[in-house]
Write a protein that binds this ligand. Structure first.
Ligand SMILES: Nc1ncnc2c1ncn2[C@@H]1O[C@H](COP(=O)(O)OP(=O)(O)O)[C@@H](O)[C@H]1O
Ligand SMILES: Nc1ccn([C@@H]2O[C@H](COP(=O)(O)O)[C@@H](O)[C@H]2O)c(=O)n1
Ligand SMILES: [Mg+2]
Length: 477
């Protein structure tokens, strides 16, 4: 049987060979060992880095090509780990059949790190092209790459070194059945690399398979996303591209506004967002998961308050050098949705004073300040302004303008949201560059009714239970 038919046969029957818990063709790992690596601080300037690992011939390059195709409007640079193979010495070349190309030490990881560092800082770099036939770089001209919005780093062992992993904002593992990988490898190495099938099989059993088991498979646990069936898995690739686009939106906003902080996304947080955004979620669950997310946003917001250093004596008689919380604080909720955030703030800050602002909204810009009740000494306090949704930014501007009028310094205001539309972020950050915004997600935008999309509907109605048709009849009715 020719190799073509072996591959074709295996490809066509591949779906029945996979095991494990896969969700709609894409397995999302509960990132227990390592958290997904997007953070507010590292999102400020640098490109978004995606790592793609998996066994040889699992379809890594094919998956990357598809992602790049779909991200056509972004500047994407693909970096292959192959480019960083050590060149073989004369001696090693003579006994190439004994050389292990699948061992972590086969790669010049220091060189890879230098190149990635430069790329992340926006410097131009030369990436070598590896010659699989000659077992060396330098035969083909190096590829000069410049500024990138997205860097995709792919290779069998890109999750092996923790320093390389630490560069990545998103990690994908391409999970393809071992038989299929072998079949593709035989085809590739005999056809493209003009190798003898016997040598290919020897290399496979001596080095490739053991290295997969010892070095590559153990790194699967670091993946944020595992793709079964590689490039054939269009659903997974579409979801990944959608996620990257969403992250790039945040990424761009965080690059423009250093005062915007999007809390680090984990699959726990995504799970909570999935629940509160689902129109079918019950009121009870909506409140429960909103409260969990609000608590995270509040805790994150408190992390931006100033502190003073403080030393205490522990029960062991030792000195602990810590910090003291900022004392002059207050919350201000924008009625009514903002009131949903008060409990979390009270739970974190014992006895905190909370003021209120009511702004009546008509359409996009008919905002009118109706009511305010604020602590008298508010100008001496740091203010945590509470509103779960930042949409057009008009209510926020009204509320912030009132605080400034009351003498609160702009830099003393931290605006806490669950979700924020880019339009609102632009308005607030441009008008008040010293205010910090802390949010758990950036939205796609606003619809024609100025509602946030994808959003979560009328937050106040869903949270306070006024969105159902059921009317409570008062005794007099
Ligand atoms: N879904 C697929 N069906 C058939 N052949 C594939 C598929 N994905 C990849 N291949 C082929 O298998 C070989 C290895 O794929 P590649 O994407 O280069 O894998 P990797 O980069 O993981 O080594 C290539 O020759 C490619 O054309
Ligand atoms: N001279 C070389 C260098 C590497 N290999 C094999 O390539 C595989 C990695 O490349 P992928 O695109 O498949 O990820 C790896 O399994 C090496 O054994 C080689 O055969 N010859
Ligand atoms: Mg490849």
């Amino acid at each position: 049987m020719g190799t073509k038919s072996v591959v074709d046969l295996m490809e066509s029957s591949s779906e029945v060979h996979f095991s494990g818990v896969y969700m709609d063709g894409i397995e999302q790992r509960n990132a227990g060992a390592e958290q997904p690596t997007t953070s507010a601080t590292d999102m400020n300037k640098q490109p978004f880095v995606i790592g793609v690992a998996g066994g040889a011939a699992s379809g890594k390059t094919s998956v990357c090509d598809l992602i790049i195709q779909q991200l056509h409007d972004q500047r994407v640079v693909l970096v292959n780990q192959d480019s960083f193979y050590h060149n073989l010495t004369e001696e090693q070349l003579i006994r190439v059949q004994d050389y292990n190309f699948d061992h972590p030490e086969a790669f010049d990881t220091e060189h890879l790190l230098r190149v990635m560092d430069k790329l992340k800082c926006g410097q131009a770099v030369d990436i070598p092209k590896y010659d699989f036939k000659g077992y060396k770089t330098g035969v083909f001209p190096a590829r000069r790459v410049n500024l990138a919005d997205v860097i995709i780093l792919e290779g069998i062992l890109v999750f092996h070194d923790p320093r390389v992993r630490a560069l990545m904002n998103m990690k994908i593992f391409v999970d393809t059945d071992a038989d299929i990988r072998l079949a593709r490898r035989i085809k590739r190495d005999t056809a493209d690399n003009a190798r003898d099938i016997g040598a290919v099989l020897d290399q496979y059993s001596k080095f490739v398979k053991p290295a997969f088991d010892d070095f590559i498979l153990p790194t699967k646990k670091y993946a944020d996303i595992i793709i079964p069936r590689g490039g054939d898995n269009h659903v997974a690739i579409d979801l990944i591209v959608q996620h990257i686009r969403m992250k790039l939106g945040q990424h761009d906003l965080c690059k423009i506004y250093p005062s915007l902080y999007v809390i680090q996304s984990t699959f726990q947080i995504r799970g909570m967002h999935t629940l509160i955004r689902d129109s079918q979620t019950t009121k009870h669950d909506f409140v429960f998961y909103s409260d969990r997310l609000i608590r995270l946003v509040v805790e994150h917001g408190l992390g931006h308050l100033p502190f003073t250093e403080k030393q205490v004596i522990t029960p062991t008689g030792s000195v602990y050098s810590g910090v003291d919380f900022c004392k002059r604080l207050c919350g201000v909720s924008i009625i009514r949705s903002g009131e949903s955030m008060e409990n979390a703030l009270r739970a974190c800050c014992k006895g905190i004073k909370i003021g209120k602002i009511l702004i009546h909204r008509e359409g996009d810009n008919g905002q009118q300040l109706i009511y305010e009740k604020l602590p008298k000494d508010i100008s001496d306090r740091h203010v945590l302004l509470l509103d779960p949704i930042l949409g057009t930014g008009n209510s926020a501007v009204q509320a912030i303008s009132l605080l400034l009028k009351k003498g609160v310094p702009e830099s003393n205001i931290i605006f806490l949201n669950l979700i924020s539309a880019p339009q609102g972020v632009h308005v607030v950050c441009k008008s008040f560059p010293k205010i910090k915004i802390v949010t758990s997600d950036i939205e796609i935008g606003l619809n024609e009714d100025f509602r946030v999309i994808p959003g979560m509907g009328e937050f106040g109605d869903r949270y306070f239970g006024t969105d159902d048709d059921q009317q409570v009849l008062l005794p007099s009715q």
